[in-house]
Write a protein that binds this ligand. Structure first.
Ligand code: ZN
Length: 126
């Protein structure tokens, strides 16, 4: 059976960030020599740099934006968990390692970077 490319795009194209069906309202971003597709919502809610960051994190660590959206996220508890994780290679994680893992978890919970920064600011004020 032959499917024309328009039908294929309308039925099967998913956002590279949140995995929602895109339909015909696709937005394209470029990451180095690669192109990715995102839905209008992800395109409007995130900067180009944030989209690239999220795409790279999901590629490296798995998951997608909002996969854990229904679960509540506590930044403090997540940070405690990450700090207390037993290192696989007996090396303590660096602050950069913990930051990347925390940011990945934030994205899995469907929190956009601006909301994450606001959450950190709120946390520092308490
Ligand atoms: Zn999306």
């Amino acid at each position: 059976m032959m499917i024309d490319s328009k039908t294929q795009i309308e039925n099967g194209l998913k956002c590279g960030i949140c995995r929602n069906q895109i339909g015909i309202n696709v937005r394209i971003y470029q990451e180095g020599l690669n192109f990715g597709v995102v839905c209008p919502t992800c395109h409007e809610n995130n900067s180009k740099e944030d989209i690239e960051l999220m795409a790279n994190m999901f590629l490296a660590f798995g998951g997608y934006f909002g996969i854990l959206k229904k679960k509540r996220l506590s930044l403090v508890k997540t940070l405690e968990t990450l700090i207390n994780e037993v290192p696989i290679d007996n090396e303590f994680p660096t602050v950069g390692d913990i930051n990347v893992k925390l940011l990945h978890r934030v994205f899995l919970h469907g929190i956009i970077p601006q909301q994450y920064i606001a959450g950190l600011e709120e946390l520092l004020e308490t």
